[in-house]
Design a protein around this ligand. Sequence first.
Ligand code: FE
Length: 194
Amino acid sequence: MIFEVPPLPYPKEALEPAISRNTLEFHYEKHHKGYMAKLKAAIENTPQANQPLTEIIKTTTGDIFNNAAQVFNHTFFWECMQPNGGGAPPAGPVLDMLKRDFGDWAQFRKQFIETGMKRFGSGYVWLVWQDGKSQLISTANAETPIKTGIKPLRTADVWEHAYYLDYQNKRDSFLESFCDKLINWSFVQKQLEA
Ligand code: FE
C-alpha cells in the first residue's frame, strides 16, 4: 500500500487557462490528499493496511471503498491530462479505435460531453475498454470501473470541485476544454496497450 499520493505530473499552473492553478491547488492538496488521509485513518489496524490500493477497492464498501477509490480515480485523472493536450488523437491505434467505435473525433467528443452532462450529481466520465471495444460510461460519486475489472482508458472528474472555481455551473464548458486542451493521448494509448 502506498501511503502518499504521487506528485502531480506537471506544475500546478501548467494546465492554465483550461484549469487554473487555484483549482489544481485545492483539488490536489485538499481533495486528493484528503481522501488519502481519510483512507489511512480508516484502514489503520485493519487487514486492509497491508493491501495494495486496487485490492482494497475490489474488496471493500462504504468509507474505506469511497476513499480508496477516490485516491485511485484522482491519480488516474491527473495522468489523463497534459499541458497543450486535447484535440483529436494523432494518427495511430487510439484514433483508429475511436473511428471504429464512435465514427470520428467530433462524434466521440459530442458523446463524451453528453455522457458527462447526464451524470446526475458527482462522478466521472470514463472511456473504458469493455467487451472488445471502447465505450463511454459515467460512474456516480467514487465508483470506479476497476472495481468490477473493467479497464479504464481515460477519465474526467465531473465533481463540482473539479471545475466550479473556473467554470461555475458550466460543466459543459469544462468538458469542452478537457476535450480541446487537456487530454493526454499518449497516456490513453499506454492504457490501451497495458
Ligand atoms: Fe475530484
